[in-house]
Ligand binder design. Structure first.
Ligand SMILES: N[C@@H](CCC(=O)N[C@@H](CS)C(=O)NCC(=O)O)C(=O)O
Length: 259
């Protein structure tokens, strides 16, 4: 029996749910970032991060390792292509999604989160720097798409890693442009047409309604933000180190436990 320590708003958890649904593996989802689940999550993952997958007694942490494990254990509908060149491409786009797209989107979106009641404004120029870097990545993605999916005819780990990030662009006011990004838009349609992507969209919709229904007390941390390395790296590289240091000094930015 598979249990996913999950969260409806985590792009990494979404990647794993998409892998499970693509492979038609039944699973139970636990919203592990909710207050009353955090201690239990900490026992499974010392970094207190989702996703974590429990397959019977086996615990697998970190989305890329979980998807690789699912491919190793459950061969049907492999998420890594056969050819070495395509495997390089699939892994590279997964890494770009996990470490660069995620970092930028995380850093510029704090003021948009329904779980955080921030009353301040983003540091001047942060949103613009994020938008400009995301547009560079989108152009690269546009030029690199091989077919309806990143590696050609079949979806791979690259598609399920990138998709959660691209779907969040609209919320941040970043629109895909039919003249600059026609192939990315076609790829979005190919993704949305997959029955297992549709099923997961429904899951997110239902969980959001449950979590943010008027009058329901907030089940997530509302003030402190856990900052992983990649997210700090992008912020510092773009000249916003002072913002992070102030956040940390004032107790709003915390780091994952080091071990
Ligand atoms: N490298 C990890 C990253 C996972 C990650 O950053 N998870 C975030 C949610 S998107 C998390 O659980 N953060 C802890 C928190 O927000 O309390 C993976 O790929 O699984």
């Amino acid at each position: 029996m598979i249990t996913l320590y999950d969260n409806p708003f985590s792009p990494f958890a979404r990647k794993v749910r998409l892998a499970l649904r693509c492979k038609e593996l039944p699973f139970t989802s636990v919203d592990a970032l909710a207050h009353d689940e955090l201690q239990s999550l900490a026992r499974k993952n010392p970094r207190v991060e989702v996703p974590v997958l429990a397959d019977g007694d086996l615990i697998v942490r970190n989305s890329a390792e979980i998807v690789a494990y699912l491919d190793d254990r459950y061969g049907s509908k492999p998420l890594l292509p056969e050819e070495p060149e395509l495997r390089v491409r699939a892994r590279e786009w997964q890494r770009i999604a996990d470490s660069v797209m995620d970092a930028i989107l995380h850093d510029i979106s704090l003021w948009f989160w329904p779980t955080h009641q921030r009353t301040d404004s983003p540091p001047k120029g942060l949103y613009e720097a994020g938008k400009s870097d995301l547009l560079v990545l989108l152009s690269r993605f546009e030029n690199d798409l091989l077919g309806p999916f990143v590696c050609g005819e079949a979806p791979s780990v690259a598609d399920i890693a990138v998709y959660p990030h691209i779907t969040s662009l609209k919320l941040l006011g970043i629109e895909l442009d039919p003249t600059r990004h026609p192939r990315v838009l076609a790829w979005m349609r190919s993704m949305r047409d997959l029955s297992w992507v549709k099923a997961d969209q429904l899951h997110i919709k239902e969980m959001s309604a449950l979590r943010f229904f008027a009058g329901v007390p907030l089940v997530y941390e509302g003030k402190r933000v856990v900052w992983r390395g990649d997210r700090i790296e992008w912020l510092f590289a773009r000249g916003f180190a002072n913002f992070w240091i102030r956040e940390h000094t004032e107790g709003r930015a915390v780091l994952p436990p080091p071990l």
